[in-house]
Design a protein around this ligand. Structure first.
Ligand code: FAD
Ligand code: EPU
Length: 337
């Protein structure tokens, strides 16, 4: 086990924030993970689990052992005429797995192309995009119980998936480390093309001949046109979740703000946070090293040398102004550390 001390986490978070880890190690097997956990336990040191660092905001140095999950492997565990069950190591890169599925004609995750991060983190917030969430293709996961060091299995129901939510962000927060995820993918595609932008990009394609690759390429094209590439400008994707409000409140707001968008869902009306933030005057605003992205105001960016604590302060100012103008409380999607 190679434990490094006082290392910068800048290369390990997509916000490119230069905070330090007191101790840092990478693990590529469950045995190595247990070894690292025991090492920390014996010294009375806290542990922080890191995947691709694409959904965290480092507001301070981490005075713990940071364990980067690099457990690899993609294994077919079962198949029938319609489906294929694939078990994937938690450290596999999510987008590489999507491309691997497309190469093998396994359908179901093509709309989730180009989401950064690891497979192991994908159930944490039930990643989603363009009308698909991983809960739609999720079969089960294996996770190490941090207290007992025993492996436990969770099915979809036990994961309590919701919009950018799971049991691992709530009741079981910090209690389990996901080591593998098993997906049930389809042998025949069932294309989800309802998202307006996908339809537009694919206009002109013969839909009876549509391929997984074509849908993936369309999603990639849309994402690249909207979202900043963390390799060029630090960010963690959508900073806030899209809020759901009651139909009554939405209708009331519509009197004062006739342009307010809203999408009917079972729980009420989902309002795009990007619109609320833009209307509150934040879109494209820069404050030294940090700012609100010029194309997608739901994304806070680091122009190079930002401090994570300043990002937190900016996010609080945005929350306050949206709350004052619309009476809606934005909730961060990003995990504050
Ligand atoms: P990290 O940021 O490393 O970790 C996130 C949290 O999960 C932390 O609390 C960490 O402790 C915990 N964690 C990580 N791995 C494990 C594990 N194996 N076991 C237990 N806990 C773990 N998300 C979407 O849902 N849809 C999108 O369209 C989307 N677009 C994005 C676009 C950009 C440009 C960026 C930068 C981010 C985007 N995201 C999106 C957010 C992000 O990609 C996802 O949340 C992703 O799943 C995070 O994976 P990660 O490995 O980087 O997790
Ligand atoms: N909008 C504006 N101004 C803008 C941009 C957008 O008002 O400058 C409004 C428009 O009304 C637009 C709406 O916001 O129709 C939605 O915008 P977009 O399609 O870009 O999606 P989003 O709601 O901002 C969500 C997810 C993304 C996911 C996309 C595609 C959340 C918090 N974000 O973004 O996920 O990729 O839809 O499905 O749900 C992430 O979670 O990190 C993430 C990037």
């Amino acid at each position: 086990m190679n434990i490094q001390e006082n290392i910068s986490l800048k290369p390990f978070n997509t916000f490119s924030l230069d905070k330090k880890a007191r101790f840092f190690t990478s693990v590529n097997s469950r045995e190595q993970l247990i070894e690292a956990l025991i090492w920390a336990r014996n010294l009375g040191i806290e542990v922080f689990i890191l995947g691709g660092g694409s959904n965290i905001l480092l507001t301070q140095d981490i005075n713990s052992l940071v364990i980067k999950i690099e457990i690899s492997g993609i294994e077919i565990i079962k198949e029938d005429a319609d489906s294929i069950w694939v078990k994937v190591g938690a450290g596999e890169n999510w987008h590489n797995f999507v491309l691997h599925a497309i190469d093998n004609k396994w359908a179901g995750i093509e709309n989730l192309s180009l989401i950064p991060g690891t497979v192991g983190a994908s159930p944490m917030q039930n990643i989603g995009a363009y009308g698909v969430e991983i809960k739609d293709v999720f079969h089960s996961l294996r996770a190490l119980n941090r207290a007992t060091l025993e492996q436990e299995e969770f099915n979809a129901e036990e994961c309590k998936f919701g919009y950018r939510e799971s049991v691992f962000k709530n009741e079981l927060k910090g209690k389990f480390i996901i080591t593998s995820v098993t997906f049930k993918l389809n042998k025949r595609p069932d294309f989800k093309l309802d998202y307006g932008a996908i339809k537009e990009v694919l206009a002109g394609e013969n839909h009876s001949n549509l391929s997984l690759r074509a849908v993936s390429n369309a999603v990639i094209k849309i994402r690249q046109s909207k979202l900043p590439d963390p390799k060029e400008i630090g960010n963690a994707g959508s900073f806030f979740k899209n809020p759901t409000i009651s139909k009554d409140l939405w209708l009331k707001l519509k009197d004062s703000f006739p342009g307010i968008p809203g999408y009917d869902i079972t729980e009420g009306i989902k309002v795009p946070a990007a619109w609320l933030i833009e209307q509150s005057g934040w879109k494209g605003k820069r404050f030294g090293e940090i700012g609100v992205h010029e194309n997608q105001p739901l994304v806070i960016v680091n122009f190079g040398h930002a401090d994570g604590f300043e990002v937190k302060l900016l996010s609080e100012k945005i929350q306050k102004s949206v709350s004052e103008k619309f009476g809606i409380q934005l909730i961060p999607e990003v995990n504050f550390i």
